[in-house]
Design a protein around this ligand. Structure first.
Ligand code: HEC
Length: 452
């Protein structure tokens, strides 16, 4: 490339940075990576809610904070009112507006940037990202076919404020805002709706489904996308609450049970439970339950509370040795076990089993339990990284950003240290996720389009 061309390229890049500089607002970050073909989809496309608040909201604590049980008990009934109130907080004003959260008349919600990029990137109908494969019999004994999961997460204004800080300079995300001594502020609430692409006839609790259209891959291992129906199966939440000893966070989840009301609706979401720590002392494996016929509740866990009402909750697998997990989560993990690893750069995999077989430590060993320790909000999982405070979307978004920035065939030749980190990280991610499809094509990358 000659001198002139190089200049031209950097001028373009500079143009982009200029457009990016200053305050983050609509249009700063791409909305999605995979646009449905206009011949097949005529509706409104997904827009990223990205007008992150510039000031910490004046009254950051949601009303449900008053409902936190005391003492924190593993009896789910003491959590029932709290959990229901968080669920309502997530859904109010969103269900009526088909999760176009910008239209919510009750409260503001925001999406995480940089989830559009890569093979798992956001699709253009609901902003769904591709998650995991659903293994056979993971949901019910009758489920003999595999499936795949898609999801969309949203942050309330308190969480959105922190996103705005980290991404203030969209060309240089700064996770020092979420690493100790800083962290997400008290009152941060994150909700995530998860959808299954699976043969519904094989999953009894998905009767009367809530269906969304999604521009998704044919199967988990495919890169080819079409518009398909996906069924609401799970809703997660995470709440930053400094009253919680050891972690400063509460995670919780709901599972769909279409028999509850007998008709499709978000009110069919029933609580699975809550988790506010990883129970580092519990090293057993006897409650792990990969192919559930019943829900196995481990009474020894002190920091997980599971809904024991079997009329409400269909048989479900939970996480490693009974820690909290949702139906489409990995049964040898747990909510806070995965989320504990959220950091930038991502130096460790999310689960001890996401490594080359010879590196997987024995179940319950000291090395294994590294993934089941309790870390206070803002504490990095690896000393050489900065914490993204239990937010895997923040960690993944920053990783995607550097992957994009450093992968652009010499456009950003001077990426330097950040690119070296990104490359290490990329290798780690590839090693850690052997089940991910190897070949993918980005059908539309709005950031690249701006550059071209
Ligand atoms: C196998 C690892 C894993 C497990 C187990 C897991 N998550 Fe996540 N979670 C992720 C990843 C990766 C993301 C970010 C990607 C995305 O949202 O698409 C995420 C995103 C989220 C988000 C959006 C905000 C954020 O932190 O990125 C919430 C809220 C959440 N998960 C809650 C839960 C809850 C509650 C559970 C347990 C019921 C759970 N998760 C179990 C990996 C996991």
């Amino acid at each position: 490339m000659g001198q002139f061309e190089r200049k031209a390229v950097s001028a373009i890049c500079f143009g982009v940075s200029l457009a990016f500089a200053g305050s983050v607002s609509a249009g700063t970050f791409p909305d999605f990576g995979y646009a449905p073909p206009s011949t097949d989809f005529k509706g409104t496309l997904f827009e990223l809610s990205q007008n992150y608040p510039k000031q910490l909201p004046a009254a950051p604590l949601p009303a449900f904070f008053k409902l936190l049980p005391s003492p924190l008990s593993n009896n789910f009934e003491t959590w029932r009112t709290y959990t229901a109130a968080v669920g309502k907080y997530c859904l109010e004003g969103n269900v009526e507006n088909d999760w176009v959260v910008q239209k919510n008349p009750v409260r503001h919600w925001y999406h995480a940037p940089w989830q559009h990029y890569g093979p798992l990137g956001r699709e253009g109908i609901h902003g769904l990202t591709k998650e995991a494969q659903i293994q056979t019999k993971q949901l019910a004994p009758t489920q003999v076919a595999t499936g795949q999961t898609y999801a969309v997460g949203i942050y309330n204004d308190v969480g959105g404020y922190t996103f705005g800080e980290v991404w203030k300079n969209p060309q240089n995300p700064d996770p020092s805002y979420t690493t100790t001594p800083k962290s997400f502020h008290d009152g941060t609430v994150v909700c995530k709706a998860l959808f299954a692409d699976i043969d519904l006839a094989q999953v009894p609790f998905l009767v009367n489904p809530v269906l969304w259209r999604g521009y998704i891959t044919d199967t988990f291992h495919s890169a080819n996308r079409t518009i398909k129906n996906v069924a609401l199966i799970q809703m997660d939440f995470a709440v930053r609450d400094s009253r919680i000893p050891g972690t400063g966070w509460i995670f919780g989840t709901f599972q769909y049970n279409g028999a509850m009301t007998g008709k499709p609706g978000w009110d069919n979401l029933v609580p699975v439970g809550v988790q506010w720590g990883n129970d580092p002392e519990d090293t057993g494996d006897s409650y792990t339950n990969k192919q559930p016929v019943v829900t196995k509740i481990n009474p020894d866990l002190k920091q997980t509370a599971i809904n024991a009402n079997t009329k409400e909750l269909p048989p479900t697998h939970l996480g490693w040795n009974g820690r909290l997990d949702g139906p489409v989560d990995n049964p040898v993990s747990a909510c806070m076990s995965c989320h504990l690893t959220a950091e930038s750069p991502q130096l460790s995999p999310m689960n001890p089993t996401f490594q080359a077989p010879e590196k997987v430590p024995p179940v319950g060993s000291k090395e294994w339990m590294r993934w089941f320790q309790n870390l206070m909000a803002g504490t990095p999982f690896d000393a050489a990284a900065l914490s993204t405070d239990y937010s895997l979307q923040l960690a993944g978004g920053i990783a995607n950003f550097y992957e994009w920035k450093c992968d652009q065939g010499g456009v950003f030749v001077n990426g330097g240290n950040a690119c070296q980190q990104a490359n290490t990280q990329l290798k780690l991610r590839k090693a850690a996720t052997p089940q991910q499809p190897k070949i993918y094509k980005i059908e539309r990358d709005p950031v690249l389009e701006q550059l071209q």
